[in-house]
Design a binder for this molecule. Structure first.
Ligand SMILES: NC(=O)c1ccc[n+]([C@@H]2O[C@H](COP(=O)([O-])OP(=O)(O)OC[C@H]3O[C@@H](n4cnc5c(N)ncnc54)[C@H](OP(=O)(O)O)[C@@H]3O)[C@@H](O)[C@H]2O)c1
Length: 270
């Protein structure tokens, strides 16, 4: 029960990796704050978890940057402080760069980068005052290399990694940790809400996503990385090879990444 009574704020808790992490922290009797836009989904999850621990729902849209200072103040009022902040909110993309509207890029950057950045900026003075804290930033393997059909998502995840990696090497808070998580494909509904060229949701799953790492396994690996205060964890299957190829045999990476994008388009399922 390492996390018993630790206050954990999970943003992006209504689904997928965030919801799975909430369940694992609840089993450890952490005190939870759950945030996302869909308050119905959050309420259902909170009801389930309340059998195990205290669980407060704090709905928010992290793209509404002008409201985020209020959300952060509200989050601090719930239990008086935050021990661990998990940024798991995110939105995917399924469109080629040439077709993609600028407003789609704005949305991808807002959810995947500016939202987590703004909340972190508002919360940093709290961690500084306490001399402690832990931020978990769920990035992506797409934050480590390019991938077809994801130009805005890849850009946002690179920005997220760049921001948190810089914070890792510049902060002076004594017991403050940042864990950057770079998952490959995880079996979650992420493609359903992924933005297409005109901003409409993709609304489909693809084979690769359905065959991704089970979300509970991913959450368990994240929890283990938090416990070990890891600076960066990659949770992936064969996408990991693409990453190493890019470093060691770049020409092969460029060929294989292009091929992977073409295969993905050929394998869409409803
Ligand atoms: N699944 C994968 O293969 C994979 C791989 C690499 C990285 N990731 C990253 O993992 C994180 C979690 O994704 P997931 O796979 O668990 O997908 P998911 O099931 O679709 O979860 C995404 C979460 O983000 C929340 N969210 C989206 N827009 C939001 C907004 N404007 N304000 C607040 N919350 C918002 C969603 O809740 P509401 O809709 O209720 O707001 C949901 O809780 C994301 O950052 C994603 O980029 C996933």
């Amino acid at each position: 029960m390492q996390y018993k009574n630790k206050v954990v704020w999970i943003i992006g808790a209504s689904s997928g990796i965030g919801a799975a992490l909430a369940k694992q922290f609840a089993q450890q009797q952490a005190l939870l704050i759950l945030t996302a836009r869909n308050s119905d989904k959050l309420d259902i999850l909170a009801k389930e978890l309340k059998a195990l621990t205290s669980c407060i729902v704090l709905p928010a849209d992290i793209t509404r940057r002008d409201t985020l200072h209020i959300i952060v103040e509200d989050s601090l009022r719930v239990y008086g402080h935050i021990d661990i902040l998990v940024h798991s909110a995110g939105i995917g993309q399924r469109s080629l760069a040439i077709d993609t509207g600028i407003s789609v890029y704005n949305q991808l950057m807002d959810v995947n980068f500016f939202g987590p950045l703004t909340i972190t900026q508002y919360l940093l003075p709290h961690f500084q005052q306490r001399g402690a804290g832990h931020i978990v930033a769920v990035g992506s393997m797409s934050g480590l290399m390019g991938f077809p059909g994801r130009s805005g998502y890849v850009a946002a995840k690179h920005a997220l990694k760049g921001y948190f990696e810089t914070l890792q090497v510049e902060h002076t808070i004594p017991h403050f940790y940042i864990t950057i998580v770079s998952p490959g494909r995880v079996n979650t509904p992420l493609p359903l809400s992924a933005l297409t060229a005109d901003g409409r949701p993709y609304n489909k799953m693809d084979h690769a996503q359905l065959n991704g790492i089970p979300v509970d396994v991913c959450a368990q690996k994240i929890l283990s990385g938090i416990t070990r205060k890891k600076k960066h964890i990659i949770i992936a299957r064969k996408e990991r090879w693409l990453y190493w190829l890019r470093l060691l045999l770049p020409a092969t990476y460029y060929r294989m990444a292009r091929k992977a994008g073409i295969q993905e388009r050929d394998q869409e399922v409803l």
